[in-house]
Design a protein around this ligand. Sequence first.
Ligand code: COA
Length: 395
Amino acid sequence: MSKAKVECKTEGNYIVVPKGLVNVIVDETTISGVDPKGEHTIYRGYTIDDIGANASFYEAAHLFLKGRLPCEDELKEIKRAIDYWRGRVPEKVLDALKHVPATHPMYYGIYGVSLLGQFYAPDWSYDPDFIYDHAIRIIAQLPVFFAAGWHLSRNGTLPKPDPNEDHAYDVLRMIIGREPSRTEARAFESTLVLYMDHGFNASTFTVRVIASTLSDLYSAIAGGIAALKGPLHGGANEKAMVMFLEVKERAEKEGRSMEEVIEEYIREKLAKKEKIMGFGHRVYKVHDPRTDVAAKYIKQLKDGETWLKVIHRAEKVMKEAKNLPANIDLYTAILYYQMGIPIPMYTPIFAMGRVVGWSSHYMEQVANNKIIRPTEKYVGPTGLKYTPLEERCKR
Ligand SMILES: CC(C)(COP(=O)(O)OP(=O)(O)OC[C@H]1O[C@@H](n2cnc3c(N)ncnc32)[C@H](O)[C@@H]1OP(=O)(O)O)[C@@H](O)C(=O)NCCC(=O)NCCS
């Protein structure tokens, strides 16, 4: 856990918290967070790596939304519901997506969820079962919007969900445009679970702020996607892959090994004081346990041993130079590359998992709500008086 010194000042009746809310606890949650030793992220009592390695997407979604792992009949039901809704995106929503300019696929998630809200959200309720039903629709359909965005902007076609397939398998199939192997599908599913939640990160906090105004879930999730889109939040896995591809190209051109080149590449970047994407973490200062789960799958896929050697050399250099561990994004970058997933889809995939966490946080927030409305310290001028236009800006 971060050992940074806690600064907390008061001014009159106000508490002045550090910029960026660093080290500020804003609320309690039973959904996820770091254990008191600061070593593991906990998903509703289980370690993130235990659930990431063993749970299916449906089991993990049930754990988040209902608070516990499902029994057999509950598992059947959540699977039935997610698969059913994945195949039921309203035609008008898909049609609308055809008429927007081709942009980054993250935008299609924002548009898609917002449009869906116009179909379902006007008569909103805060009943947990009602919210759960709508969460399932969004969780099921968000990947279709992202996949649609990718394919529409490339070749104008829309992917067709197959409700008879498992969620992760079908989503991966829609993205890569071929039948994935079962190993690829399980590896993909595992990363969706590893991305599902992570305490009060920026997008989750955004969702909770929107929920606290008692807006509907569709609006809150659209806000969450918008926050995740920023390069300081999602997006590190995309940038890590760009690094690996530059290393690959240089190694091939110069007839050298990728291990040798990545060491040189990282040292060059560090000498220029640049950050290496896929390293460092606000919480994991020694080791990110999610990387162990991802490494297991990299090994099973194309050129796995080779890529793991490159990753391990990068980790060795970063340990020596900065004492920083790799994070999950370094590993998912390679995993998604091995599956043939286009780089602009890496952050949308993060959202396809995180939407489960966002939905759970929405439910927790509205169940025990207090509008999140901090107070500012105004430091601008005072005492100015309105002047008519003709008297203003005289030169
Ligand atoms: C994740 C991250 C934002 C955590 O931030 P943080 O806990 O606030 O850590 P800081 O940014 O304060 O970094 C602390 C020190 O390590 C350095 N550092 C952190 N991450 C680094 C990285 N990826 N590459 C090089 N140096 C890094 C900082 O420059 C700083 O050095 P200094 O003390 O000499 O100024 C940060 O490590 C980062 O930007 N990583 C790259 C992006 C990334 O992979 N994000 C995905 C996270 S899952």
